[in-house]
Structures are given as C-alpha cells and as structure tokens.
Design a protein around this ligand. Structure first.
Ligand code: SF4
Length: 377
C-alpha cells in the first residue's frame, strides 16, 4: 500500500481519505476536462478498484469511493497511465484550480488555467482549501463556487484579478494575470494569521491594499441547466453521484469527444448536440426543472459510519425541491440552510424547516414510512 497520511480535509489521489466504505481518492481534472480515453479509463478504474460510482464534487473534481487499501497502488498506476496523476503530492495539493466550464481552446480561461498549472511551484505554502478560479468568459460563472483568488472579466473588458471577499479587483491582462495571482497569493501567505485559512475571512480583519482594488467585474453569467449548449449536451447527476457504467455508455453511445466537469453536479458530453432522445442518458438528469437538481444528500449508511439511515434512497423517493437529507447533524453535503432538512438519528429522521442539519428540529423520530406517506413537511 502507498505511504499516505489518512487525514480528513482535502483528499487527493496520493493522499486518500478513509471513509466507512474504504478509501476516497480524489482526481483533479486539468481545465475541468477529461478526453474520451481518460473518461472511459476512469470509468473502468472506478469499477475495478472502487465502488463503481464517480462523485462529482462542488469544485468540479472527481472522487472514487470504496477503494480497498490493497487496490490503491494499482489505482494510482491506472491514473498515471491516463495522465490523471500529478508528478508529486505537493503539486497535486497546489493544483486547486477551478476552471469555468464553457471555455474555448486558447481563449483567456483555457490559456490562463494552463499557465497557472505550469507555475504552481511559484506559489507559497497555502492552507489546504485555498484555491483559485479562472473564470474569464464574458461574465463570471463561478462567483458562487469556492475560490480565494479569482481571474474574471472586467466590466469594461480586459481582465481583473480579484481577492475573494473584495468587491473589485486589480486590472490586468493575459500577459500579467498569473504574475498577479502569484503576487496576491504571497501577500495572503505573509499577512495571514496561522488560523486564517481563506481569503474572505482574512479580509475581514486585514485591509486589502488599494492597488488590489478599484476595477469592477462584469455581471455574472447565466447559470447552466441540463440541455443542449455550445460545448455539448449538459446532464445532471443526482447528488453528484455518476454511475461509472452509465457514464461509459453515455460516452460511447454519444461519441462524445470528452467530458467537461462543473461545480454544480452538471457535466457536459463534449461535442454532443443531438442526443436528447437516446437511452444512453436515461441514468442522468436531462430536464432543467428536475427537483433532484436542488436535492442534497450525503452518502449516508452504509458508506459513512456516522449515519444510521439510507439518505439517498429517501431523497430519491421524496423528490422534493430544496431538500437536504443528511446522515447526521454534520451536514457534509450541504452546510447551508434548505427549505426542508432531514437529519438521520438512530434509524429515523429529525425534520428542520428553513435551517441547517445542526439546527433545532421541529419534528423528531420520523420513520421512512412516515416520510413516504406524505403530509409531514
Ligand atoms: S453528514 Fe454525517 S453521515 Fe453524512 S457524510 Fe457527513 S459525517 Fe457522514
């Protein structure tokens, strides 16, 4: 077995996290894309070494769950052969970059993402969750996604580098944007307190120098929904869980040239523009109003030892908009308020309205049957 540290916060491929059903191995696709060969290879690896389900995370990364300890080395070799492995664990940890999914080859988003990847060794030591977004389309798409330093389009055209938490950013251009990102990362690293892990919380206590402010960003882009798009067919995965076999069928059936990942539990079959009627997408969300697009559920039992309930089974059966089913009060899948939150508790569910999984429930001890009969919300 590989020499990895079992630790909870940011699992990677080299350093997986242990969960109730085995190891969780995270893969960080470059520029939010896998080519067709990489996608099919990853589907095979998920079925050979893991549970057969690929999780799409809210940072557009992919996770394999249920990896046995003695399968980890073989999985790393497969990922390496697919060119999905960084040269070192340090580079993997630093490559915490969100790329806006609707890029075109050689546009600002694509070019600057690749440039940032090539200069990761110039970054200072940063907290594990500290990350970057490259989001230089006509309007930013990733404002609601987690990142600490952002490259965005300026309101007047051109580019800005913006510290997360600041209203405005520094004007820059394609030639200088990555220099600016690296300089701002060094400012954060040298001015933060040890327990300050994110840029926005740092700015609450430390003023951002004025030369990093002053240029407004463009208005946000319209969010993606399942359906056709300029890059291909957009599909949704309930809870971000993508069955590997179904994905392989969708890739081969549609002859997609690649897979584009988003942070919104949506993925794009690249280059597919006429596949809406076909069976090969039936395992995925293909309509824009499906309530499962706004339903969150953590893996729950039997995958997480903190859960005594099957979260996803009940969420799928209920199909209620703005629903969060959490295996316990920790709320890993959605640490925010929902219209309805069900929290597993000794094989039953507690109900929280308009709150988070750790808030005081309005009802306790509901059985799955109570919930399925209705009238409890
Ligand atoms: S919310 Fe609780 S049960 Fe669900 S994954 Fe997190 S720790 Fe496990």
């Amino acid at each position: 077995m590989s020499d990895f540290t079992i630790k909870g916060w940011c699992p990677g491929a080299y350093r997986p996290m242990r969960s109730g059903d085995g190891l969780v191995v995270r893969i960080r696709p470059r520029v939010a894309r896998l080519n067709a060969e990489q996608t099919l290879g990853l589907c095979k690896a998920a079925q050979t070494h893991a549970s057969g389900v690929i999780d799409l995370t809210n940072r557009a990364n992919l996770q394999l769950r249920g990896v046995r300890d003695d399968a980890h080395d073989a999985l790393l070799s497969d990922l390496d052969a697919l060119e999905l492995l960084d040269a070192t664990q340090l580079l993997e940890a630093r490559r915490n970059i969100l790329t806006a999914p609707m890029w075109d080859t050689a546009d600002d988003t694509h070019t600057l993402s690749l440039k940032l990847i090539s200069r990761l060794n110039e970054l200072p030591e940063l907290p594990a969750k500290f990350g970057f977004s490259v989001d230089a389309g006509d309007g930013p798409a990733l404002r609601n996604a987690s990142a600490d330093i952002r490259i965005e389009r300026a309101l007047e055209g051109g580019l800005i580098v913006r510290a997360d938490g600041a209203e405005t950013g520094r004007k820059t251009d394609r030639a200088n944007a990555i220099n600016d990102v690296i300089t701002l990362a060094h400012w954060f690293a040298t001015t933060r307190a040890d327990d300050t892990k994110r840029m926005a919380s740092h700015l609450r206590n430390t003023p951002l120098p004025t030369n990093w402010q002053g240029t407004a960003g463009a208005a946000a882009a319209i969010g993606l929904t399942p359906g056709p798009s300029s890059r291909g067919l957009i599909l949704g995965a309930a809870f971000g869980a993508i069955p590997a076999q179904a994905l392989a069928q969708a890739m081969t059936g549609s002859k997609a040239s690649g897979l584009i990942l988003t942070p919104w539990r949506l993925f794009i079959l690249e280059g597919v523009h006429s596949a809406f009627e076909h069976d090969f997408i039936s395992d995925f969300i293909s309509g824009p109003n499906d309530p499962l697009l706004t339903t969150d559920a953590c893996p729950g039992a039997p995958f997480c030892t903190s859960s005594t309930v099957n979260t996803r089974q009940i969420a799928l059966a209920l199909k209620t908009p703005d629903l969060h089913v959490s295996g316990c009060s920790k709320g890993c899948a959605h640490p925010l308020a929902s219209a309805v939150t069900l929290v597993g508790n000794q094989g039953r569910f507690d109900l929280v309205r308009g709150g988070c999984s750790w808030d005081e429930p309005t009802k306790r001890g509901l059985s799955p049957d109570d919930l399925l009969k209705g009238n409890v919300f």
